[in-house]
Design a protein around this ligand. Structure first.
Ligand code: ATP
Ligand SMILES: Nc1nc2c(ncn2[C@@H]2O[C@H](COP(=O)(O)O)[C@@H](O)[C@H]2O)c(=O)[nH]1
Length: 258
């Protein structure tokens, strides 16, 4: 099994910054970055301000049309990299779907509760989508970061635009379906939407796909046609975007440069 181990550092690295306390194991990386030992905190120094470096790894924003496959890919990632990535549990006013758990998939709240919490400054971002409110609370992000996990947010396009105005500094990934017809089929087959909600989601999807072409909005756009291929691309991306522009050599990297 190929293993990428991101070790607890806890000492001064070559950049003169004290490394944060991190202990991660990325298992079964079947792609290009194998048998590599790196210090994740050094990576932050190359991409972030000192404050961000001390705050922890860059979060990951996953966005894209409803039905494109974000949750499916995320679940695979969270399962494979248990102990590395953590999901930011959003709030929503929509009803739970069969199988969804309060506090795990979402925090299910009333519109009144959510509006009060937003007014109280408890949210990083929030949006109205397909007739319901959704939002990322500060507590949700902090809960993940407190566990020293890389925080993953699953948010819509309004959320992406709003997060861009914050200092969260995430990696932005857009997951898209190969076509609108396939997207509609996936949403219909999922059997979670009424005709009205389906139409709203498909209308939003058309706008999303256009906006996502804006240069620089996303670090990568992944077309989720074949699930395994899309998942491989997602994993490669998260490693590459994090490490590739770092011209860094460390004895623990066995001669490899990033
Ligand atoms: N590559 C794929 N090929 C075929 N079906 C897929 C693929 N990826 C996901 N699906 C299916 O498409 C449906 C929508 O996927 P999923 O729920 O993950 O989308 P989503 O982007 O998270 O949607 P939402 O934003 O509404 O939460 C699911 O039933 C899922 O099993
Ligand atoms: N701006 C935000 N968008 C969010 C958040 N949580 C989820 N979402 C997005 O909502 C739609 C619909 O989700 P569904 O679970 O009802 O299918 C989807 O695009 C999600 O990405 C959030 O906290 N903020």
């Amino acid at each position: 099994m190929a293993v990428t181990r991101i070790k607890k550092a806890g000492l001064f690295d070559g950049f003169g910054f004290q490394c944060a306390d991190r202990s991660r194991t990325l298992s079964e990386n079947t792609h290009t970055h194998t048998h590599v030992q790196i210090r994740l905190s050094v990576v932050h120094v190359s991409f972030c301000t000192f404050e961000q470096a001390m705050a922890g790894p860059r979060p990951v924003v996953m966005s894209g049309p409803s039905g494109a496959g974000k949750s499916t890919l995320l679940k695979k990632l969270l399962k494979e990299f248990d102990g590395v990535f953590g999901f930011s549990v959003s709030h929503t006013t929509r009803s739970p779907r069969p199988g969804e758990e309060n506090g795990k998939d979402y925090h299910y709240v009333t519109r009144e509760v959510m509006q009060a919490a937003i007014a109280n400054g408890e949210f990083v971002e929030n949006a109205e989508f397909s007739g319901n409110m959704y939002g990322t609370s500060k507590a949700a992000v902090q809960a993940v970061q407190a566990k020293n996990l890389i925080c993953i947010l699953d948010i819509d396009m309004q959320g992406v635009k709003n997060i861009k105005k914050t200092d969260l500094n995430p990696i932005y990934v857009s997951i898209q379906a190969p076509s609108m017809d396939i997207l509609e089929k996936r949403l219909r087959d999922r059997k979670t939407e009424s005709e009205e909600s389906l139409k709203k989601r498909l209308d939003a999807a058309k706008v999303d796909v256009e906006i996502s072409k804006e240069p620089g909005l996303f670090d990568v756009i992944i077309i989720n046609e074949d699930l395994d291929a899309a998942y491989g691309k997602l994993k490669d991306t998260l490693l590459e975007v994090t490490f590739s522009s770092l011209n860094f050599h460390h004895p623990e990297c066995n001669g490899m440069r990033f």
